[in-house]
Design a binder for this molecule. Sequence first.
Ligand SMILES: [Zn+2]
Length: 369
Amino acid sequence: MKRKIHTALLAVCLLTASTLPHAATAAAYTATVNASSLNVRSEPAKDAAVTGSLKQGASVTVTDEAFGWLKIRGGGVSGWVAGYYLKKAGNPGSVATAVRSSGTASSAARSATVTASSLRIRSGPGTSHEVKGALKERDTVTVLRSEGGWAQIRTAAGETGWVSGQYITGSGGSTSTAAAIKNAPTRSGGIRGKTIVVDPGHGGSDPGMLGTSYDTMEKDLTLQTSLYLRDYLAAKGAQVRLTRSGDQKPSLARRVQIGREAGADAFVSVHYNSSPKNVSGTLTFYYSEDDDLRLARSIENRLGQGIGLKSNGLSFGNYHILRENTLPAVLVELGFLSNRSDESIVRKAAYQKRAAQAIAEGLSDYFSR
Ligand SMILES: [Zn+2]
């Protein structure tokens, strides 16, 4: 959505293009249609002309994206489709499912190495289970099976137990073990005591989108909203880690790393949007179709309950901050700075608080199921 910018905003685009998280979509990839019939449109908008349609299972090449829409070619047509109805070929969600189910077979036992400086061994797959021991960085273990982001392991000394799968990697230099059993948690027991990473988008030399009517800077709105979100989450008993608390610009990789190091339970990246179309409202993005999508549904459900702007629903988003994340992660876009009315609303603390409260409630719902 950052890359489809009206000519009037071209200067902004040139200034920020190299640093935008949303610029992470350059590489084309293959996806299949996950709807009985999917309209292909001339532009990335619901009211754009229909230029063709695709059937369930059709394979297409995705070359670009803009505010939840994906530019595709294949099946004899080209144009834009709603991203929600495409399923990326070989996405981590399917991999995780495959590993989890095959992981129960004894032949799936494999060697792995500890990547954290210290890693607790527990009696079961979750932080509520008793601690039985600990491992050090570079210790080697045998992985017996994987479940919900946790790995049952046997130590070199023959002791067995469970460790969080995100802190071990498979032998042979592959990170596929960790990636495959990502999306850890322990989704039960409520939000109290859970660690949530709140990521205010942009910052420092990267202002993000600039409002077209009031010169609002996205980086300021994301920080203000994130600070409110921190307060609402803390009031619910959650531990909160911010990826920035002032006008800094951590790299995208660093933001992801903060969540991993904190051993956090969920990650929320806060953004505000822009579009050449006269569009309005919020959008909630996910990458993996297991925990990211469940978390996105919980949050979108609350955002859709009247915070002052309508919700445009959920969308697949191929963003670094989601794709490279080992935690259940979502990216929320809380309104369009290119829309005069949206911009006047999102500038106000009252809106930012309502949005933050909705996100906090959504997280709480997610951990209460
Ligand atoms: Zn942004």
